[in-house]
Design a protein around this ligand. Structure first.
Ligand code: ZN
Length: 248
């Protein structure tokens, strides 16, 4: 978090084009400027922000494909992404995930800040479930990108994180696999390790960094529905990701 404070309030340059963002709003009077600083992200300048297509139409994942008659009509999982998987944001995501490039993080945080908090959700009735990963992957990479990014989403939405599901498989990465291969690769990959909190958390929000075919989110949703102590129709599942729509 300290890195972002430095970037926004000391460095104050656009994380995409590098122009100074501290001059944005310089024509405003003192009280307006104070409000401007509170409400406008200075991680990305207005021109770069406007060049990105934000909030594409949500992707619907048909849960009926999981061959469970009870669920077939009940669920299609809605996945909202901040933007599509392309351009500078795609490059930022690749640099952050695969090259430990911390300089790409401000762009991704700016993208997270475009995601509107799901309607009806507040800290008393909603939890965010970040996509779990394996210890082996964390060991290989040295960090877990989703864990880091989900903290910013939690701060942005003021909703708590919940880590009650573990990834138990040793599956290979989904990257580069076809639709059917992805589905087979992810089957049985998750297990509930903690019961859902007893509080009436009616909204469970799944979160991943990138969504492509949606098969990983679908399997996570399915393992939650099958394992939780609550009937599936007593809570609402939705999913959010930073980028999606095109295959990496
Ligand atoms: Zn810019």
């Amino acid at each position: 978090m300290l890195g972002m404070t430095y970037h926004e309030y000391v460095k104050s340059t656009c994380s995409i084009c590098g122009v100074s963002t501290s001059t944005v709003g310089s024509e405003l009077n003192h009280s307006d400027k104070w409000w401007h600083q509170l409400t406008v992200s200075t991680l990305v300048c207005q021109a770069c922000h406007d060049a990105i297509h934000w909030l594409p139409k949500p992707q619907l994942i048909d849960m009926g494909e999981l061959d469970n008659d009870q669920l077939k009509e009940a669920f299609s999982l809605s996945v909202q992404t901040a933007s599509t998987y392309g351009g500078v944001l795609r490059q930022a995501m690749l640099n952050f995930k695969h090259h430990d490039d911390i300089a790409s993080l401000p762009m991704l945080i700016h993208a997270i800040r475009q995601l509107p908090r799901p309607s009806g959700c507040h800290a008393g009735n909603a939890i965010i479930l970040p996509m779990p990963t394996t210890a082996k992957r964390i060991g290989n990479r040295g960090f877990d990108p989703v864990t880091i990014l989900s903290r910013y989403l939690s701060k942005h939405w003021r909703l708590p994180l919940w880590h009650g599901v573990s990834r138990v498989d040793d599956g290979i990465s989904q990257q580069g696999l076809g639709r059917q291969e992805r589905r087979d690769n992810i089957k049985g990959a998750f297990a509930l390790t903690n019961p859902l909190p007893d509080k009436p958390y009616r909204h469970i929000i799944l979160f991943d960094d990138v969504v492509t075919t949606g098969s990983t989110l679908k399997e996570l949703a399915f393992s939650l529905i099958n394992s939780t102590q609550f009937p599936y129709n007593t809570f609402h599942l939705s999913a959010y990701a930073i980028l999606g729509g095109k295959r990496p």
